[in-house]
Design a protein around this ligand. Structure first.
Ligand code: FAD
Ligand code: SIN
Length: 529
């Protein structure tokens, strides 16, 4: 089957949905998403969305905090746009029906409640209890469903972009239920496929986060940047029954204290901001303490807050922990770091344009440059709405240029190939776990040249096997994702090898210092054709 649309959007997280809503003003939109419409990293966001709204806050402070967290590698223009356009986009979210939590001030006046997280010098995070992402997805999906010119393809997975190394013409999309591959031709394609968490064995991300967009764009010839900067969230629940459940940084924002098993605190030895230091510092400190003491986890203690406050502010975390036997009003929470966020991605300008004509990227799949070497907490949801808006405005202009465009006139003939040979699903699963284990062991929070070299050998061997299986094998989501995970893993390792310094999230014992002279630039990789 082949269809033609004006706009193709891949992904239904905050980036894809925000873009689709606005782009629908300019034409017919197909929105493809590989699970149900709300399933995305966005749906699990807890802490909230950062933006300057308080009297004691300023754009300068938010810009400064973003740059400090980002190891001064952030793109100056992109950060200014993020911070200064943020409040307008937040207003729009509220107008679309997002219900942020509110509180009363001492004079009894009700206003938006503001949370705090690591690296922020002010309270500036709007939240919806500890289920902010779910509330945003609910509101956006409900608005999308009212648009007659947006067609949603749930449970459809994009396999590859249709491109000729210069221009993107749409994508090939698999319907796993029927095995049919659809060709979707589009005047404009938006890649909003989210993160890469499942490149690692332990991650806070849901199963959708397999780096599909980054891998597809790389194969199509787009520029990929800063993939070495993988953010590990310091506080993931350490429990066999809930290994990847996030304990929001907002818990530390409300006074949560990190402790070793004997009750002693340690963050004061690592950073002046203690438990509220930027995320890279906290994750490395925990990693160091675990290695020093041989412990399996450290603890997060919130028991000094009243049970009422804990249950009202963190209902989801309270319930989840309770379901595995931890009462966070009385017990310390066992935690470990896990892979959380990709600061790198498909390189874009400040209007979401990638290096391929008519291909845009937005959200976690993109690298706008706002995060530099380490993302400031809760800047991700903000980045998605700010740059989705700008990309939709830009796409509107492109669409008016291509008004009379028809796919058969301009789009070259492409073929997805024959995929008829049965594949061994058990082998695909085995290779996936092997890849994730290699990345966890050798390309984690602390790296060395030797470990990176070892990782590259393993990763490239798995990538070659996956590509061989893909060439003629029957297409299944598992095989498509393994191919993408292996491709993204290779990009992460190659980028980490190229950065001969320790900045932000890239910490390499063989290059322990920051080298501004040689390394204060993005790591950009393009596929050689
Ligand atoms: P996603 O929300 O991940 O959406 C990606 C979409 O693409 C999904 O719909 C997916 O199914 C689809 N997709 C992927 N591949 C394909 C394919 N091949 N074909 C079709 N569809 C595809 N950030 C904050 O700013 N504040 C927070 O409080 C916060 N908390 C977080 C908590 C958790 C547990 C996690 C995991 C992340 C958190 N983050 C937070 C990060 C933030 O949620 C994400 O970076 C952001 O939501 C990404 O949005 P997105 O739209 O780019 O991608
Ligand atoms: C959290 O709630 O700790 C996650 C916030 C983020 O990733 O920005």
């Amino acid at each position: 089957m082949s269809i033609d649309v004006d706009v193709l959007v891949l992904g239904s997280g905050i980036a894809g949905l925000s873009f689709a809503l606005k782009a629908s003003a300019h034409g017919k939109v197909a929105l493809v998403t590989k699970k149900s419409d709300t399933e995305s990293n966005t749906n699990y966001a807890q802490g909230g969305i950062a933006s300057v709204t308080a009297q004691d806050d300023s754009f300068d402070l938010h810009i400064h905090d973003t740059n400090v967290a980002g190891g001064w590698l952030c793109h100056k223009d992109a950060v200014e746009i993020l911070v200064k356009e943020g409040p307008k986009r937040i207003r729009e979210l509220i107008d679309l029906g997002v219900r942020f939590s509110k509180e009363k001030d001492p004079n009894g006046k009700v206003h938006l409640a503001l949370g705090r997280e690591g690296g922020h010098s002010r309270r500036r995070i709007l939240y919806s209890a500890d289920l902010t992402g779910r509330e945003i997805e609910r509101a956006l999906v409900s608005n999308i469903k009212q648009k007659e010119n947006i067609r949603i393809f749930e449970h459809h997975i994009a396999i590859d972009l249709i491109s000729d190394e210069k221009t993107c013409y749409g994508a090939y999309v698999l319907d796993p239920d029927t095995g049919e591959v659809m060709t979707i031709h589009a005047k404009v394609t938006m890649l909003a496929t989210g993160g890469v968490g499942h490149v690692y064995l332990y991650t806070t991300n849901p199963l959708i986060a397999t780096g599909d967009g980054v891998a597809m764009s790389y194969r199509a010839g787009a520029r990929i940047a800063n993939m070495e900067f993988i953010q590990f969230h310091p506080t993931t629940l350490y429990h066999p029954g809930a290994r990847s459940f996030l304990i929001s940084e907002a818990v530390r924002g409300e006074g949560g204290i990190l402790r070793l098993s004997d009750g002693s605190t340690f963050m004061e030895n690592y950073h002046e901001q203690g438990c509220l230091a930027p995320r890279d510092v906290v994750a490395r400190a925990i990693d160091a303490e675990l290695k020093k003491n041989g412990d399996e986890c450290v603890y997060l203690d919130i028991t000094h807050l009243s049970p009422e406050k804990i249950k009202a502010r963190f209902p989801n975390i309270y319930e989840k922990c309770k379901s595995v036997g931890i009462d966070i009003t009385k017990d310390w929470i066992p935690i470990v770091p896990a892979a959380h966020y990709s600061c790198g991605g498909v390189l874009t300008d400040v209007d979401g344009r990638t290096s391929l004509d008519r291909l845009y990227a937005c959200g976690e799949a993109a690298c706008t440059g706002v995060h530099g070497a380490n993302r400031l907490a809760s800047n991700s949801l903000l980045e998605a709405v700010v740059f989705a808006h700008r990309a939709a405005e830009d796409a509107g202009k492109v669409l008016s240029e291509y008004k009379s465009w028809a796919s058969d006139q301009e789009c070259p003939e492409y073929a997805i190939g024959n995929h008829t040979e049965p594949i061994d699903l058990e082998l695909v699963k085995e290779l996936t776990v092997k890849l994730q284990t290699v990345m966890w062991k050798y390309v984690g929070i602390v790296r060395t040249d030797e470990r990176l070299a070892k990782a590259l050998t393993h990763v490239q061997s798995i990538l070659n096997t996956a590509e061989d299986m893909y060439k003629h094998g029957q297409l299944t989501p598992e095989l498509i994702e393994l191919r993408n995970l292996a491709q993204v893993a290779e990009l992460i390792v190659l980028s980490a090898m190229e950065r001969k310094e320790s900045r932000g999230l890239n910490y390499n014992l063989d290059h322990p210092d920051i080298d501004d002279k040689l390394c204060k630039k993005d790591t950009v990789i393009v596929k050689p054709f």
